[in-house]
Design a protein around this ligand. Sequence first.
Ligand code: PGA
Length: 252
Amino acid sequence: MRRPFVAGNWKMNLNRADAVALAAGLAARATQDGGVDLAVCPPSVYLDAVAAALNGSPIALGAQNMYHEAGGAFTGELSAAMLLDVGCKYVILGHSERRHVMGETSEDVNRKVHAALAAGLTPIVCVGELLDQREAGRTAEVIAEQFTASLAGVSADDMARTVMAYEPVWAIGTGKVATPDEAEAVHLDLRKLIEDRYNAEVAAAVRIQYGGSVKPDNAAELLAQPNIDGALVGGASLKVDDFLGIARGALS
Ligand code: PGA
């Protein structure tokens, strides 16, 4: 059985004091074995401070991005080892804002996935279609392309411990959430892609989060779908009550 996993993507929000207060507020209220894995992904400059605030709590730390090289002359970038060094367990890779605003390709994402896995980080690999792609009936094709290229060359063991996130781009930060049926259909497709490429055991092990305007009042219905194993939460992860409300939704 896949354990639900809810992660907060704080994006480029908060200042140091507010990031620490949010982490401390979550740490104070998250229960040790709440039946759901939790993680927060603050801006990189606050990873250290947030790690300290989360210390002793069941909430794990993740980063929002990294570079694939191990070190050297790569101004402005961070390596997997640096993220591990400050206490990260997870790293979000291939988020749609990185793909569509920063121009990251699936090949870039693939290099990062390999570097993260080799270092012992768990990647949360995002895939998702744009509105015009959905309207043109191309969702399945786009998801298949992104999955195939972003996870190329990943072994079955590594795939089984990788987390995937389906995030329809038109639902991110827009308040327009995919219906549970729309999301479940893509999650099922994605699990079939994993099964075809690997096997049924690997497909059954991979946790697939849904992301895109998840809120406490829509989380339970989305997460009740058989192939939706958690959520990657942007806006609603910036408030203690909302984030923990979504985590509760994963259990109902
Ligand atoms: P949102 O963002 O919850 O604000 O829609 C989700 C995400 O980008 O991961």
